[in-house]
Design a protein around this ligand. Structure first.
Ligand SMILES: NC(=O)c1ccc[n+]([C@@H]2O[C@H](COP(=O)([O-])OP(=O)(O)OC[C@H]3O[C@@H](n4cnc5c(N)ncnc54)[C@H](OP(=O)(O)O)[C@@H]3O)[C@@H](O)[C@H]2O)c1
Length: 329
């Protein structure tokens, strides 16, 4: 079977290759085997290849934090899955044609779900949902501000916020996205820049924004902090710039703004397995209903992993880059 391997850390499309490796074999009693139907290339996967992600395993290593698969074999002790079921995998190393994992790590998805969307259910939808629920007790009509608003997380967050009656200020780096993001439900779309806080105050008529979420880092974190109300919370959950947050101290001293962080695994770990399955069932139902989705730019075969990685690293994409390792989507 084919599997993506990196033999050294470096530029993703230089270091990643598609290798022929032995098949995963039959499942043990508590395991399942599934064919990987599709996986996305997320920013964290690119950092993994570069060696700048929090996990840096010994080499050779296989990237891939999420995927959708179809079960081909089930161990005798696994009762919640059967052959043919669609699953997402809570474990990593998913850039391969086939995976063998513990049954508990395979979360079933409803049959008939759109496979491209299913490949992206594991990480970004719960990230958007839990950032809206776990930091500030928001009520209908309250404002939330976010940057990287055109990202998959950003788009999902603006839809989930709208469903709760929350209003969103969506900060982007490209002005041409405004109409598209407003059509998706974003209330205000602004282009990032030095006078961001003044422009946001004007457009929201001095709204008290109690929650901000940001994934750029560097001075951009500070610009978002300047938009947060006294005693509000800013959640840092990624660093598209590769820089640590730089926030002016007056936000902390004079206004009591709280700067904190989010990592999906840490917030899922606070919940029981039943609750986690319930969260994914709810999100999958929204994907089935068409209310939650992330745009897809291009789907590549696994043999073209280098092209796929170079494309995923480019700004200005029209959505995610996916890979279909078995040519089934
Ligand atoms: N902490 C967690 O648990 C967690 C979970 C999921 C995701 N994340 C983080 O969430 C962020 C978004 O992930 P995603 O999968 O939704 O991303 P994505 O769909 O691949 O989109 C990336 C976004 O980043 C923007 N961008 C790229 N470089 C930038 C820069 N230097 N300055 C400003 N904007 C920049 C792009 O803007 P354009 O649209 O203009 O190209 C695009 O909107 C990433 O940082 C990711 O690591 C964190």
């Amino acid at each position: 079977m084919k599997q993506v391997l990196i033999d050294r850390y470096g530029t993703p499309w230089d270091v990643a290759r598609t290798a022929d490796v032995p098949d995963v074999g039959d499942p043990g009693a508590d395991e399942v085997v599934f064919d990987v139907l599709a996986f996305p290339i997320n920013p964290a996967d690119l950092w993994f290849c570069r060696g700048s992600y929090r996990l840096k395993p010994p080499l050779p290593a296989t990237p891939g934090a999420e995927c959708v698969g179809r079960v081909t074999a089930v161990g005798a002790a696994v009762k919640h899955l059967k052959k043919g079921d669609l699953v997402i995998n809570l474990q990593r190393e998913n850039w391969a044609q086939r995976r063998k994992v513990k049954g508990d790590d395979a979360i079933p998805l409803p049959p008939g779900i759109d496979l491209e969307q299913a490949a992206m259910v594991r990480i970004n939808p719960p990230t958007a949902a839990l950032m809206l629920s776990d930091f500030v007790d928001l009520k209908s009509g309250d404002w939330v501000i976010q940057n990287v608003a055109n990202s998959a997380v950003g788009r999902l967050l603006m839809v989930l916020a709208g469903q709760r009656g929350l209003r969103t200020v969506n900060v982007v780096r490209r002005a041409e996205l405004a109409d598209e993001l407003k059509a998706l439900g974003g209330d205000i779309v602004v282009v990032d820049g030095d006078d961001l806080a003044q422009r946001v105050a004007k457009q929201t008529v001095d709204a008290r924004i109690m929650l901000g979420v940001e994934a750029i880092g560097g001075a951009a974190t500070g610009r978002l902090a300047d938009c947060i109300a006294t005693d509000g919370t800013l959640v840092h959950y990624g660093s598209m710039s590769g820089e640590d947050p730089e926030v002016g101290r007056s936000n902390f001293i004079y206004r009591g703004v709280r700067l904190t962080g989010f990592m999906l695994g840490r917030f899922l770990a606070k919940r029981s397995p039943d609750k986690i399955r319930e969260i994914y069932a709810g999100l999958a139902a929204q994907v089935m209903a068409g209310t939650l989705s992330a745009p897809v730019d291009t789907v590549y075969p696994i043999e073209k992993i280098k092209d796929a990685l170079a494309h995923a690293d480019k700004g200005g994409r029209n959505g995610k880059i996916l890979v279909s390792p078995n040519g089934l989507i």
